[in-house]
Design a protein. Structure first.
Lengths: 663, 185
């Protein structure tokens, strides 16, 4: 009964969305306030119905109702409760429902919190949001119904892919989707502005908090996903340039560009048509990601069950939304008047460089991701594009970005004195060069690019600190005065500092763990010893340990350093009999300096005794990646809590330095 | 000029969309790695044995000589997944009872000899392909890679990567069964 109610709620949501896609839009063009305001109620109604459907599906998973096909295929009665709940979004249909739920949540968010947005813009925005809802709700109801019944209910389910039975991964899709789908509301704002034919500083201000919220979640989602890959897959890496990783990374890159270009639109009225284009393209890339994951277009570790009918439907959705919005853009953008003028060397100029580099980087990743498809279509050859391509193309674009990023916050609007800024950064530059040379001396192996990147990381870190210190007159004024200044500084300003520092911290992690990683793979019998990065590791043997829905082989490793006992590591290899697959549970010794990482895989034949394949890695500085990502998210949150984004009318900031926006 | 510029995004998207539409062709499987050799005769090659290993060398005629389907496994001592695969192949060759032939790809004889001494030598014949020439003839995309050749010398099945998972072993058993069924009828 409850699954049928869920399906009914979905149908109702579609009906409401259909009304919302027409009435407020008409109301806005005719100036009918009642029609415009109807969007607020329909947006809430849609959210309630989709949430009801989502609840119904979750209920079916919680009580293990195997007469629902989706539950039978993705759950099992013995699975821990957390993973029964998480399995709700573990399948194609369920994750699509989550996608739609978040879409309606953002619509409802604008309905509830958008009191400062003019009625017409809000009505149009919500109508555009409803167009997207209609597309996805109908997609679900017609091709991927999550509530399909099985005529003969099986006794037990097929179990969720064991790789996905993990706390980090249970949280990864919701966070990633909030980011992905959150850009939908920015897209809706952009299309509404194009329909309205007006983009001004106020528009940029209304859009920024939504962009920031989506960007934060996407940052968190990507970081969680890569953390999961790091400790669950047992390969010891955290990023593989897999197509599906790339499609979540591209909206992030372009969303970051959007965050920065919206600042210029808000402060100076420039970059209007560019900001609109970025808003459209960022969400288009999210849609593209949804399409690639669900259509089986590219080879990836994340593939959902492939169904050509679904692929065609999403492609049609894509054509309508992306094609429609970009056509509208091509028609309306030339009419947008240019904003304030600025000299090449200025804050605007710096942000322009930021945008150009980020857009180029996005294009590079897009090209690398789709190149196998292009090549196969044109020549029939099949290839895969891997890390060497991205190391050679993406990294060199990012390095100048990091260099400019350190300078940007020092530049003033309209016209800046680059020579003066460089002079102020002389000490920072000197320390960075010395730091890089010291690193080079300490780590003789590894590519030169790594040393350069590390030096740039130091440069960014120190320059950001100096800029923050200058703003609060740290060490130039009494400590009390500095504290008072720090308190008075807008939170957006602290947010920018924290996020930029976070990126510098990430860079240390990226460089350390990819360029200076050590790896040993041995065929281990009890008593086998391995030396790596100053550790002496002894393999003691393997025992069988039962789990709730799996059987684990647990290896014991004794880790010693300089003859002293450090700790034991227990990597596991788990067998899931129902799902007929295995997972690797790596054992990791976390320290700030680096992780000692161990994974085992079983002997393939019983007769060869107790020899296991043992893989041990030392990943220097890898934890800096997660710390830095956390700082990025926290910086975004700080900036989001700035009162400037909550007050309605645009206000002139009084203190000249206090007008720093967050980035 | 600006009109052309603002129309660029939509034009790019239309081109992309064309590729996507092509890519949705239901007969297309992006995971399948095509082999020019599948259902075709195995290539001509003639490899000597690895110095210091008892197994004799391998040439095209040997593939047909057994009178039953044979498995040709391309391996190397420097290849980590080959270690994982080695025991599976050892066990499968024993349990399923098929001749297992090896091509030792771009390897130093002393390394290969030590590897086989450490792990055991399940191969009935091993050809030493130090130059990698035979690997090119077979069209391998990496190591390990495995081919099933039927008694007429036709390549009937190919697997890229280590045969270690349950799934790949099932696939091999199925291919073996099919090849034997045909030979018997």
């Amino acid at each position: 009964m409850i699954p049928e109610l869920g399906q009914f709620a979905l149908a109702l949501a579609l009906a409401v969305a259909l009304v919302q896609s027409v009435v407020p839009m008409l109301g806005a063009s005719r100036g009918n306030l009642v029609w415009m305001r109807s969007a607020q109620f329909t947006a809430l109604g849609q959210m309630v119905f989709v949430a009801g459907a989502f609840g119904a599906l979750m209920w079916a998973f919680v009580v293990s109702d195997f007469s629902v096909r989706n539950v039978a295929e993705n759950s099992h009665s013995l699975k821990p409760m957390l993973f029964k709940v998480a399995a709700t979004w573990g399948s194609h249909e369920g994750s699509l429902l989550l996608w739609t739920l978040i879409l309606t949540l953002f619509g409802a968010g604008v309905a509830v919190f958008g009191a400062n947005i003019p009625h017409a813009l809000r009505a149009r925005t919500l109508s555009v949001q409803a167009w997207i809802s209609v597309g996805f709700l109908s997609f679900m109801l017609f091709t991927s119904n999550p509530f399909d019944r099985l005529m003969a209910a099986p006794v037990d389910g097929n179990d969720l892919n064991p790789l996905l039975q993990d706390v980090g991964l249970a949280m990864h899709p919701p966070l990633l989707y909030i980011g992905y789908v959150g850009f939908s509301i920015v897209f809706s704002f952009a299309v509404a502005a194009l329909i309205e034919g007006r983009v001004d500083a106020a528009w940029a201000r209304w859009v920024r908090p939504w962009t920031l919220a989506a960007w934060m979640s996407l940052t968190g989602g990507i970081a969680l996903g890569s953390w999961w890959a790091y400790y669950e897959l047992g390969w010891g890496g955290w990023w593989f340039w897999d197509p599906v990783e790339n499609v979540s990374f591209m909206p992030w890159l372009l969303g970051t560009a959007l965050l920065h270009s919206a600042i210029v639109t808000e402060k100076r009225g420039a970059f209007k048509s560019w900001t609109i284009l970025l808003a459209i393209l960022t969400f288009s890339l999210s849609l593209l990601g949804t399409f690639i994951v669900r259509s089986g277009l590219l080879t990836s570790v994340h593939a959902f069950a492939v169904d050509p009918e679904r692929g065609v439907y999403i492609l049609a959705l894509l054509a309508l939304s992306i094609g429609g919005s970009l056509t509208l853009y091509a028609v309306r953008a030339p009419a947008m008047e240019g904003g304030g003028l600025f000299a090449p060397i200025s804050r605007e100029g710096g942000l322009l460089v930021n945008n150009l580099l980020l857009a180029t980087a996005t294009g590079t990743v897009l090209f690398g991701t789709l190149y196998p498809l292009f090549l196969e279509a044109l020549t029939g050859d099949k290839i895969s594009v891997g890390p060497p391509f991205y190391n050679a193309s993406f990294v060199p674009i990012m390095l100048p970005l990091v260099f400019v990023m350190a300078l940007g916050p020092f530049l003033t609007w309209k016209r800046a004195d680059l020579r003066g800024v460089l002079q102020r950064l002389r000490a920072v530059a000197a320390i960075s060069v010395i730091g890089a040379l010291v690193v080079w001396y300490l780590v003789t192996k590894g590519p030169v690019l790594a040393v350069l990147a590390f030096g740039l990381g130091i440069w960014l870190f120190l320059a950001v600190l100096q800029e923050w210190g200058a703003k609060i007159k740290l060490f130039r004024a009494p400590l009390g005065e500095s504290l008072r200044r720090a308190r008075n500084l807008p939170r957006a300003s602290h947010g920018m500092t924290l996020a930029h520092l976070g990126l510098a911290v990430c860079i240390f992690g990226f460089v350390g763990s990819s360029a200076w990683k050590e790896e040993v793979v041995v065929f281990a019998k009890p008593g086998t010893e391995v030396q790596i990065a100053g550790f002496d590791i002894t393999f003691e043997g393997v025992e069988q340990v039962p789990g709730p829905n799996y059987m684990a082989f647990r290896g014991t490793l004794v880790v010693m350093r300089d003859g002293d006992f450090v700790q034991n590591l227990y990597p596991e290899r788990r067998n899931y009999p129902v799902a007929r697959s295995q997972t690797t549970e790596s054992a990791i010794r976390h320290t700030l300096a680096g992780d000692l990482y161990a994974a085992i895989s079983e002997p393939a034949a019983e007769n060869t005794g107790n020899a296991w394949t043992l893989r041990i890695l030392y990943e220097p500085l890898v934890n800096f990646i997660w710390i830095g990502s956390f700082m990025l998210v926290l910086g975004g949150a700080l900036s989001l809590s700035d009162r400037r984004l909550r007050v309605g009318a645009p206000r002139r900031a009084k203190a000249p330095v206090a007008a720093q926006p967050a980035e | 000029m600006q009109r052309i510029l603002v129309a660029l995004p939509i034009l790019a998207v239309i081109v992309l969309g064309g590729f996507f539409l092509w890519g949705l062709n239901p007969d297309r499987d992006p995971n399948a790695i095509p082999s020019a050799l599948l259902s075709k005769p195995a290539p001509r090659f003639d490899l000597g044995p690895i110095a210091g290993v008892d197994s004799p060398g391998l040439k095209t005629e040997d593939l047909m000589a057994a009178g039953e389907p044979v498995l040709v496994n391309v391996f190397a001592s420097w290849c980590v997944p080959c270690r994982a695969e080695h025991k599976v192949l050892t066990r499968l060759a024993r349990d399923e009872d098929f001749p297992l032939y090896g091509i030792n790809y771009k390897d130093r004889p002393e390394d290969a000899r030590k590897w086989l001494e450490d792990l055991g030598n399940p191969y009935d014949r091993i050809g030493a392909d130090e130059s990698g020439r035979a690997g090119i003839e077979w069209g391998i995309s990496g190591v390990p890679e495995t081919f099933l050749v039927d008694p007429s010398g036709t390549v009937v099945w190919r697997f890229v990567g280590p045969i270690a998972t349950e799934q790949s072993q099932d696939e091999l058993r199925a291919a073996l069964k099919a090849a034997r069924g045909e030979a018997g009828s």
